[in-house]
Design a protein around this ligand. Structure first.
Ligand code: SF4
Length: 60
């Protein structure tokens, strides 16, 4: 069975910088932010897949 080793969650897609080479610039247009409930749901789903490590991140 598949086992998820770790999970990296970007809590927001916004960034204060405007680097010309940015690979994620298109993502910033929506300024998507995960809610607490969404993060909680993702973490519980990951736990059920065997995940033991969760890393919460933001852009830059
Ligand atoms: S995510 Fe990184 S590369 Fe993109 S604009 Fe922000 S700092 Fe620059």
């Amino acid at each position: 069975m598949f086992k998820l080793k770790d999970l990296h969650i970007r809590l927001t897609s916004s960034c204060n910088m405007s680097c010309p080479h940015c690979y994620a610039a298109d993502w910033f247009k929506d300024h998507t932010k995960l809610t607490y409930d969404e993060v909680q749901s993702i973490v519980f789903q990951a736990k059920n897949l065997g995940c033991e490590k969760v890393i919460l991140k933001r852009f830059s």
